[in-house]
Design a protein around this ligand. Structure first.
Ligand SMILES: [Fe+2]
Length: 237
């Protein structure tokens, strides 16, 4: 955990230096003082952190491989160190994978429902966020939807080492529900800018549509998976 924290602070350091070069100064130290702390059961932190590290790795390595074949798109020197950065992220996820493997109850029974909830939340959040902030993808020459589904596929493939199932991301029902989620999230963004009763009504209706899309995704049958007997700390993407 200490090494993981060290890596993350090094990543943040690179970004901070790059932002300084661009004349943007960010000091997040105040957050530790003003941000309220919430208690979560450790298993939720394991699921959330595992998925965010793995999806983070999948996002970075997809960009890294894309830039290796399109060097003209490397718009910042940060990308010269990108592969080592990706590998850091992969190892962070593996550290959490070992914690999850240490107690088989964490991936069985009712906990499967929680894992499904976390998977859909993480995937849907990424899909909606990427579509509303496409500047980075355009600069890299990536199509947002294709890039996101590529990242989901890589994350699913990696998570086969630990999780008892993977989401059926290629199922038409899953994809249609994801598009419905995106439409609801765009409606919600627009409604947040509106004031008064009509704004409140538009927000409530967009949130209901997002909830319905989430439920539709949740009930698309998953593909069962038998994780390998041995965990291996090696990435192959
Ligand atoms: Fe990380």
């Amino acid at each position: 955990m200490k090494l993981l924290a060290r890596d993350e602070s090094r990543h943040a350091g690179f970004i901070n230096d790059s932002l300084k070069d661009a004349g943007i100064h960010i000091d997040l130290k105040f957050l530790t003082k003003v941000k309220k702390l919430h208690y979560f059961s450790p298993k939720f932190i394991f699921y959330g952190t595992y998925l965010s590290e793995k999806i983070g790795y999948a996002r970075y390595i997809t960009i890294c491989r894309h830039l290796q074949s399109h060097p003209d798109r490397r718009f910042h020197p940060l990308f010269d160190r990108f592969e080592a950065w990706c590998n850091d992220e992969y190892r962070h996820g593996e550290a959490i994978a070992l914690l999850l493997r240490a107690d088989p109850r964490l991936t069985r029974g009712l906990n499967r429902l929680w894992i499904r909830f976390f998977l859909i939340s993480v995937y849907a959040t990424m899909y909606c966020r990427d579509h509303t902030r496409p500047a980075l993808h355009h600069a890299l020459g990536l199509d947002v939807a294709r890039y996101d589904y590529r990242v989901f596929a890589t994350t699913s493939e990696i998570s086969r080492q630990i999780l008892p199932f993977v989401l059926n991301i290629d199922d038409d029902r899953f994809r249609a529900a994801m598009e419905a989620m995106l439409r609801a999230s765009l409606r919600l963004d627009a409604a947040r800018k509106r004031k008064g009763l009509s704004g409140a009504f538009a927000r409530a209706s967009a949130m209901a549509a997002a909830g319905a899309a989430f439920v539709r995704m949740y009930f698309v049958p998953v593909a069962e998976n038998q994780p390998p007997r041995h965990v291996r700390l090696a990435q192959s993407w």
